[in-house]
Every structure is written in structure tokens, then in C-alpha cells.
Ligand binder design. Structure first.
Ligand code: 5GP
Length: 257
């Protein structure tokens, strides 16, 4: 087994150095966390599903010209990605009122928003990822105005694509979170989509029954988390109906150097 250097370990993923200096390997863990790490569990098979779901979405985004870090899936839990400089902002796009928007503004959950709303959150666990304005982002130098414009424009294109894709399989895209990175290609700086897009980072409701098919099942102790992610994968056509979640793929090697 070749030893790889670990670059970073997050709550649900690990980044290892890739085969060359421009790439990384993104490993999807089974860990689930919520409420700024206060709630934690290991959900067998979640990482495998998120790897496949994120691969499918990123591949389709590439086909329609949305720049992103994805290169190829390597195995059940790992994908090869372009090394980018992560911008410390989470961009949330909302189509239907839910989650923190309802708490903050007293809106009724499930209310269709008059138009899609884009929000920015500063990525800082110690502060609990606070909501920030465009002014904060640019004045504090997290991203400059053209970068922020590009992030908003890509986020809205992703929203259009995902809304249509999920609508076609009977799922409403309530909201989602994306992250971006800076990529230098031939001395040109590009803003590209990074991280992952999966039921961990989206709110997905069955259009007919309003059944929750995302991480809120974990946050709200509803149970059936992996089964819900499996249902999303099955409807996306990336998992045979009979497949279980016992295919864990390569396990973490504890002696990574
Ligand atoms: P809310 O602000 O309502 O809690 O979340 C809005 C959307 O962004 C939800 O789809 C939620 O899953 C996603 N989101 C917000 N913050 C995070 C985060 O730190 N990690 C992940 N995976 N998703 C997030």
C-alpha cells in the first residue's frame, strides 16, 4: 500500500496529496456531524453514496460548462480533484423556505420563495459559520468583487441545473450549499466549484410526499439517513435497485505518513 500524505481532514472528507502537484485525492468518510460538531455519528455507506452522487453532479456540470474541481472518481470512496485555493465562504442558494432562513426570519417552512435567494456564510467553526453580507466578503478580503460576482453566477447556474435534474426524478431542490476555489490555469485565475454536492449539502424533498431525502434526517433524528441517500442515488440512475451499502471500498489506513 503506498503511503500518501494527508493534507487536510474535515468533518466528512479527507484530502490527500494527489499523483502530481496540481491534484488532490478527496476521500469521503461515513462520518456525519451537525450543529457545529455537537452531534456526530458514523453512517455506514454514506461516504460511498456521496462520492457517487457528487461525481454524477460534477460530471454533468462540466458537460454544461460549469467549471469545477472534479477530474475523475478513483474508487468507491475517492475522487481525483484539481488542487484549488479554497475561498472561505459557503454560498447557499434557497428556493423554498427551510432551515436557518425560517428560524432567522420567522418564515413558514415549505413556503416557495418569490425568487431564488443567495446567501454567504463565513467558514469558521469557532464562530459557527456566521451569515455575512457581500460587503463583509469584499471589505475583509475573503473574495474580491469580480470573484464574488463569479461565485454568485456559478451558484445560480448550478441551481438551475440541479432544480431541473431533481424535478425530473420527483425531487424538489429546497436549498443547497456550495464552496469555491481559485484555480491557476496557464497564468489565468479562474473561480471553480469545489468540495461536494450531495444530500449532505442539499435539502431534497420528495415532490409528492414532501418526504425528507437529505441530511436533515440526521440533524432531526428522523432515522433512515442512508436509505434516503440511496433513494436519491437510485432515482438518479447511479445505483441499481438491489445494491446495498455494504460496499465500503478502501478503508482508511491509520498509519498515513
Ligand atoms: P441552513 O442555513 O438552512 O442551515 O442550510 C442551508 C443549506 O445549506 C442546507 O441545504 C444545508 O444542508 C446546507 N449547509 C449549510 N451549512 C452547511 C455546512 O456547514 N455543511 C454542509 N454539508 N451543508 C451546509
Amino acid at each position: 500500500m503506498t503511503r500518501r500524505r494527508q493534507i487536510y481532514e474535515g468533518k466528512a472528507k479527507i484530502l490527500y496529496e494527489g499523483p502530481d502537484q496540481h491534484t488532490l485525492v478527496q476521500y469521503f468518510k461515513d462520518d456525519a456531524t451537525a450543529f457545529n460538531n455537537q452531534k456526530h455519528d458514523v453512517l455506514d455507506g454514506k461516504g460511498v453514496l456521496n462520492n457517487r452522487i457528487s461525481e454524477h453532479i460534477m460530471t454533468h456540470l462540466t458537460r454544461i460548462g460549469v467549471p469545477n474541481h472534479f477530474i475523475k472518481r478513483l474508487n468507491m470512496r475517492e475522487q481525483l480533484i484539481k488542487k484549488v485555493e479554497i475561498i472561505p465562504i459557503e454560498v447557499v442558494v434557497r428556493n423554498v423556505a427551510a432551515g436557518s432562513l425560517c428560524k432567522r426570519l420567522g418564515l413558514e417552512e415549505g413556503m416557495q420563495l418569490p425568487r431564488s435567494i443567495v446567501e454567504y456564510y463565513y467558514k469558521d467553526d469557532a464562530l459557527g459559520d456566521p451569515l455575512v453580507s457581500e460587503e463583509h466578503v469584499t471589505a475583509l478580503g475573503w473574495a474580491n468583487p469580480p470573484e464574488l460576482d463569479e461565485m454568485m453566477s456559478i451558484a445560480l447556474r448550478v441551481n438551475d441545473f440541479l432544480t431541473g435534474m431533481f424535478a425530473g426524478i420527483g425531487i424538489s431542490l429546497v436549498d443547497f450549499k456550495v464552496e469555491f476555489g481559485r484555480l491557476f490555469e496557464n497564468d489565468i485565475l479562474r473561480i471553480v466549484l469545489a468540495d461536494e454536492i450531495s444530500p449532505d449539502s442539499c435539502r431534497l424533498w420528495d415532490t409528492e410526499t414532501k418526504n425528507v431525502l437529505d441530511k436533515d434526517r440526521f440533524r432531526q433524528d428522523m432515522g433512515g439517513v442512508v436509505e434516503a441517500y440511496q433513494e436519491v442515488a437510485r432515482r438518479m440512475g447511479i445505483m441499481p435497485e438491489s445494491a446495498g451499502t455494504d460496499q465500503k471500498g478502501p478503508r482508511l489506513v491509520s498509519d498515513q505518513g
